[in-house]
Design a protein around this ligand. Structure first.
Ligand SMILES: Nc1ncnc2c1ncn2[C@@H]1O[C@H](COP(=O)(O)OP(=O)(O)OP(=O)(O)O)[C@@H](O)[C@H]1O
Ligand SMILES: O=C(O)[C@H](O)COP(=O)(O)O
Length: 393
């Protein structure tokens, strides 16, 4: 069922709570990739032009219900203000009397950015109390946070039980593009899954095995599969309690005839640092105490071949610790392989998009999705709570 969008409602003079996903990659207080901020600009500008009193809210990182000074949204509001060429007022809290006063002081067309919503313990618990408090700040809820739409949190879902919710332009665009591209993907259909959120992404792999022809695994996620094949992974990132599950996926892939590409070689390092001592080893020979931080050249070559023969490729999660020059070769090589695909290429995820930007090939992709976990869950065919709660057309 299509959802109402901001075009379908009158926001003139209304207090509009607009949830965005400004969970951007940061290096200290520096934003290293502003794709997600830029992607929300059309909705924000539309609300401003229509004379709404715009209350923006986002999470940043995973502060787990506490104030974490480094995760305040100050750098984001400064940057947003530059992009919009307009003042963005900043609240130092999410809710409370001070915030209510700031909201009451807003004139049509003005913008207030609330503090990191995950500083509130009720946010991730989807506490009705917090949702009510947030809802009380506004007349209407606009969800433009596609990247967080798979989370049923107070500011992404709970609020929609108290005030009417509609989709923003980014949300609308993401749902339309991903929906069309993945309803009947041109084959061979390849998914590339990497990154570090093993717990989040391992379940997605099972569903993808039902849909894809090739599944390429890389990044920190790969270690759990390397271990499942019976090899030691030294000091690498590993989700020990998912090893058995990973083994069952390898078996399932065989039964379904899916080409499951697990790295055969990796770049290992003696420490998690750019200046670490490194070597390329077979996954059978990862030395004790060393950690795998990138895929190796043999794996790159095999993956590139699979990608080149694909007609639809979806990529989420970098192949290595691409933030460090020493471990970005695998990610860069996969990004270059994506450019050569004669078909549809979709990249999703905060860090994956940053990696593609870093490799200078972002504009060559068919679609850059602001959702990582969200785009994966959408592809799985799951209902996204942050979408379900919005009003039907
Ligand atoms: N071998 C590895 N060991 C440890 N960390 C890794 C490894 N490979 C990649 N990473 C890290 O994974 C992180 C990105 O993972 P993540 O799963 O968050 O992807 P993402 O693209 O941001 O998706 P999402 O938007 O869903 O978060 C990067 O910071 C990168 O350094
Ligand atoms: O980066 C993301 O995928 C979204 O912003 C959601 O973040 P989360 O995985 O911490 O919920």
């Amino acid at each position: 069922m299509p959802k109402k969008t901001i075009r379908d409602v009158d926001v003139q003079g209304k207090r509009v709570f607009c949830r965005v996903d400004f969970n951007v990659p940061m290096n200290g207080q520096e934003i290293t990739d502003d794709t997600r901020i830029r992607a929300a600009i059309p909705t924000i500008q539309y609300l401003v032009q229509q004379g709404a009193k715009v209350i923006l809210a986002s999470h940043l990182g995973r502060p787990k219900g506490k104030v974490v000074e480094e995760l305040r949204l100050t750098p984001v509001s400064t940057h947003l203000s530059q992009l919009l060429n307009q003042e963005v007022k900043q609240a130092t809290e999410v809710v409370g009397d001070k915030v209510t006063d700031q909201v009451n002081g807003l004139k049509p067309g003005e913008i207030l950015l609330l503090e990191n919503v995950r500083f509130e313990p009720g946010e991730e618990k989807n506490s009705p109390e917090l949702a009510k408090q947030i809802a009380a700040l506004a007349d209407m809820f606009v969800n433009d946070a596609f990247g967080a739409a798979h989370r049923a949190h107070a500011s992404t879902e709970g609020i929609g039980h108290y005030i009417p919710g509609v989709a923003g332009f980014l949300m609308e665009k993401e749902l339309a593009f991903l929906g069309d591209a993945l309803a009947k993907p041109e084959r061979p259909f390849t998914a590339i899954i990497g990154g570090a959120k093993v717990k989040d992404k391992i379940g997605v792999i099972e569903s993808l095995l039902e849909k894809v022809d090739n599944l390429i695994i890389g990044g920190g996620l790969a270690n759990t599969f390397i271990k499942a094949q019976g090899y030691d992974v030294g000091a690498s990132l590993l989700e020990e309690d998912k090893v058995e599950l990973a083994a069952s996926f390898i078996e399932k892939a065989k039964q379904r005839g899916v080409n499951f590409c697990i790295p055969t070689d990796v770049v290992v390092a003696d420490k998690f640092a750019n200046d670490a001592e490194t070597k390329v080893v077979s996954v059978k020979d990862i030395p004790a105490g060393w950690q795998a931080l990138d895929i190796g050249p043999e794996t790159v070559k095999a993956d590139q071949q699979v990608i080149a023969n694909s007609k639809t490729v979806v990529w989420n999660g970098p192949m290595g610790v691409f933030e460090m020059e020493t471990f970005m070769k695998g990610t860069e090589a996969i990004a270059q392989a994506m450019v050569k695909v004669q078909g549809t290429t979709i990249i999703g995820g905060g860090d994956s998009v940053a990696a593609v930007e870093k490799a200078g090939v972002a504009e060559k992709m068919s679609h850059i999705s602001t959702g990582g976990g969200a785009s994966l869950e959408f592809m799985e065919g799951k209902q996204l709570p942050g979408v379900t709660i919005l009003q039907d057309k």
